[in-house]
Design a binder for this molecule. Structure first.
Ligand code: IMP
Ligand code: MG
Length: 183
């Protein structure tokens, strides 16, 4: 399947969440997080690659001091289905012991990535760990996981844009779109 940015960018039929709705939601989430962490200096951890856009928008709206760090994991090949095993491609650089950590995810499907990340980061003895995900897919959880903050729940469809890829492309789309010709 080959679909190009310029073929979908103005395609209203495939838009699931507009740029405006995303920006509103990002502000809302940032307000809640700023209030919950008002006397703290959390380490905001971006889960690469998918959450880079959400992460940049979210931290920009925070009204508290924070640090940023990056972790890269991979569970997807170039397909639309998860491989089921999560591996670390790049670890965090920050010393997380005693810190309040907020992991920023793009989308939760099976919950395996969240479960893996929580276990992995817990070993560094942070004071607290919470997750924020822009999207949560409905009816796809394979494991129990906790996600303290999220933006939208979406149907069980493959989505692209605003950081989310298909075969590493289409991350640059400014909104969240349903992948054409996918069920
Ligand atoms: P999980 O481990 O199954 O919860 O999968 C989470 C990861 O799979 C996300 O961080 C995404 O990178 C990827 N993913 C899941 N669903 C989609 C989708 O619809 N579009 C693009 N990537 C997705
Ligand atoms: Mg991801």
């Amino acid at each position: 399947m080959s679909i190009k940015t310029n073929e979908i960018i103005d395609d209203a039929d495939h838009i699931l969440i507009t740029r405006d709705r995303i920006q509103e939601k990002v502000k809302e989430l940032a307000e809640i997080i700023s209030a919950d962490y008002r006397d703290k200096v959390p380490v905001m951890v971006c889960v690469l690659n998918g959450s880079f856009m959400f992460f940049a928008d979210l931290v920009r709206e925070l009204r508290i001091d924070c640090e940023v760090d990056f972790i890269k994991i991979s569970s997807y090949g170039d397909a639309m289905k998860s491989s089921g095993t999560v591996t670390i491609k790049k670890n965090v650089d920050c010393h997380l012991e005693g810190r309040d950590v907020i992991i920023v995810e793009d989308i939760i499907e099976s919950g395996l990535s969240v479960q893996f990340l929580r276990e992995h980061l817990q070993k560094m003895n942070p004071k607290s760990i919470r997750f924020v995900s822009l999207l949560i897919k409905q009816g796809t959880a394979e494991v129990d996981y906790e996600c303290e903050y999220y933006g939208f729940t979406i149907p069980n469809r493959f989505v692209i844009g605003y950081g989310l890829d298909y075969a590493q492309k289409l991350r640059n789309l400014p909104a969240v779109y349903l992948m054409p010709n996918s069920e």
